[in-house]
Design a protein around this ligand. Structure first.
Ligand SMILES: [Fe+2]
Length: 156
């Protein structure tokens, strides 16, 4: 394979790709959780939550592609199996079917978790002037923090 010479040393590219792999795993796990809740939500808030969750999982489905492709542009393979995602993700999978309000709480937690992971990786990308990764992570942070707020607002 041709050498990659974009002004970021290989070890830093690897560190950032590893961090982005964790952001990818978190995002994919949150995508699946949100889709799961879209299918299984019940109760008086059904219509609102069913539609809101759909908006959220569609956004997450587009985001995983951008994160994976940034990992590739840095020269590393992107994780793409459930086993890899389970090993890398900080978000736990669901066992049962929570009540609607509990679903909202779990999704707030999930969005906050991705935000924390993204912030950790941002520090590394910022330190080596990896602007495309910083830009991607800034956009992800904005989405996750905004979505967490919107979900939190439903609980008040
Ligand atoms: Fe649907």
């Amino acid at each position: 394979m041709a050498n990659i010479d974009i002004g970021i040393e290989a070890s830093k590219r690897e560190e950032i790709a590893g961090g982005l792999s964790r952001v990818l795993a978190d995002t994919y796990t949150l995508y699946l959780k949100t889709h799961n809740f879209h299918w299984n939500v019940t109760g008086p808030m059904f219509q609102t939550l069913h539609l809101m969750f759909e908006t959220h999982y569609n956004e997450l489905a587009l985001a995983v592609d951008l994160i994976a492709e940034r990992i590739r542009a840095l020269g590393f393979p992107a994780p793409g199996t459930y086993r890899q995602f389970a090993a890398l993700s900080s978000i736990k999978e669901e066992d049962g079917v929570p009540k609607a309000e509990e679903m909202i709480r779990k999704l707030v937690e999930g969005h906050e978790t991705v935000a924390r992971t993204a912030r950790q990786v941002f520090k590394v990308s910022e330190g080596v002037s990896d602007q495309p990764t910083c830009d991607l992570l800034t956009q992800r942070l904005q989405v996750h923090e905004k979505t967490a707020w919107m979900l939190r607002a439903l609980l008040e």
